[in-house]
Design a protein around this ligand. Sequence first.
Ligand code: CP
Ligand code: NVA
Length: 341
Amino acid sequence: MKVPETSVLNRMNFSGRSLIKLLDYTPAEIRSLLDLAAELKADKKAGRPHRYLEGKNLVLLFEKTSTRTRCAFEVAGMDLGMGVTFLDPGSSQMGKKESLADTARVLGRMFDGIEYRGFKQQTVIDLARYSGVPVFNGLTDQFHPTQILADLMTIEEKKGHLKGINFTYMGDARNNMGNSLMVGCAKMGLNFTACAPRDLFPAEELVRQCRLIAAENGCTITLTEDVKKGTSGADVLYTDIWVSMGEPDEVWEKRIALLKAYQVNRTAMANAKSDAIFMHCLPSFHDLNTSIAREIHEKFGLPEMEVTNEVFESEQSVVFDEAENRMHTIKAVLASHMLGA
Ligand code: CP
Ligand code: NVA
């Protein structure tokens, strides 16, 4: 299917590129991805077909579990007319019987694009290098770039703009979400605050790099241990789970001790602007309706963790709009990087 003349896609030049991390993209490039996502979202809502990648095939390689990222890539790929294959850790030879370089070269012969979720950032880089087709980072220990595109889209939808927004991230600020949100905010002109214990501040080198980018884009990067200071005047309060995929169970005790003061609760929200929104990449431990939450409750007595159920379920919470936007933004990434590649 031909791309309409009016489409944002016609003024983008990402063909054949891989999305390894947002640091590699200019603010104008991120802007165009968000514009394309908005266009594709409007198309989807209006029932206008956009099967621009008919005849192409995408493979999704998952070494960690997923609901949103997997489903977003599958639905986006299918809406664009592609064939989509899902491989989980148990159903491919990668890493056990076959090296990454060999797997990448095989997949590159059969597929036009590869999504990867797993541990090392280097794996995404190597997959792109050896496969010869665009590779999309669906989360590594270091970065989660497609999540940030959905987050930026959601903030823009709710607040009408990105520049000058006061964005506060509470929790483990040196995990994939803390790192990527700091980069995304610096690139798009949002004032980023990491409100976390010092031990969980993002790495100094990344902070230094983001401060340089932020200065170019008229915004700031602040690191603070002070919850009152970190949350006051915020337009957005964002949090993530306290222990990420791949971390050993033993870290829970120490992490809870470090982070319980950084829970997003009624007091934190009241300290932010009165029209502040609450965001979370999900999944979230906001109640006892999961087996892990019940285990933690039994061991440590916490009925809710990074966010209270009250805030999660409140009018200010936009988490499900945010989750939906994963699909529209991932579709923009696939269309722009795979068209003509
Ligand atoms: N936010 C996110 O990446 O969710 P999944 O782990 O379900 O993909
Ligand atoms: N920091 C979390 C993000 C999940 C989307 C993790 O890596 O498990």
